[in-house]
Design a protein around this ligand. Structure first.
Ligand SMILES: [Zn+2]
Length: 236
């Protein structure tokens, strides 16, 4: 039996880390686009810095908390169902170990092993850590790597906040005549970066991803600016 060469192995948890990174980039992207749309819309209606700051800050907090709550709920639900599946598996392993060995053998054979080899592999896996083997092969989850809903919520909160800070600062800091263009240019530049990065993380071609995300951001700002300008013009 030969050991795999180091270059060919994938470090444990690489997929999980990539998922986290991708979620962080998407969260930042969300923060950039929604806050940019909000502050540009308000800038269409008023030149008052305090109104821009209030709108931007409220958008940042509302968005980041809504992301965090959504993430908390969805990860909690997923974790509950994974825990329930693991508990059921644990019970089955205790109550009918022979049937579970047959089941594991069958699942391994389905993946292309002959029955004898699958049996041998199933016996070894069962001996080492039966629950983990069933969790991985049968349920496709790693019992040691269940996502913590609090971590997921905090990560979404931070990612959205980091993204939202950019348009907020860009609209509030520069002098009034420059603020709109500073915001538009820095937002589109940042979206170029997040679009490129998320494509890289998913091994997808970068250009279409960048075009989609920059185009989406530009449309969002154009629409809210038009709406804000209309409201401002009618003195609402
Ligand atoms: Zn099982």
């Amino acid at each position: 039996m030969t050991e795999p060469t180091p270059g060919e192995t994938h470090p444990e948890g690489l997929g999980t880390r990539l998922n986290w990174l991708r979620a962080a980039v998407l969260g930042a992207n969300d923060g950039i686009v929604s806050t940019a749309g909000l502050v540009v819309g308000v800038a269409g209606a008023t030149t008052e810095r305090s109104a821009l700051l209030t709108a931007g800050l409220a958008g940042l907090l509302a968005g980041s908390m809504s992301m965090a709550v959504g993430e908390y709920v969805s990860v909690s639900t997923q974790r509950d169902s994974e825990k329930a599946a693991l508990a059921a598996e644990r019970r089955e392993l205790r109550e009918r170990p022979e049937a579970e060995l047959d089941e594991l053998t069958g699942l391994l054979a389905e993946r292309g092993l002959t029955w004898d080899v699958a049996r041998e592999a199933a016996e070894q896996l069962t001996e080492r850590d039966a629950l983990r083997a069933h969790a991985r092969v049968e349920l496709g989850i790693d019992p040691d790597e269940l996502t913590n809903p609090w971590h997921a919520a905090a990560a979404s909160f931070l990612a959205f906040t980091a993204g939202a800070l950019l348009p907020l600062l860009a609209i509030v800091c520069p002098p009034a005549p420059a603020r709109l263009w500073v915001t538009v240019v820095s937002v589109l530049a940042a979206l170029t970066l997040t679009g490129w990065w998320s494509a890289r993380l998913g091994s997808a071609p970068a250009r279409p991803a960048v075009v989609r995300v920059v185009g989406g951001g530009a449309v969002a700002m154009a629409v809210t600016y038009a709406a804000g300008s209309l409201l401002g013009a009618f003195g609402v």
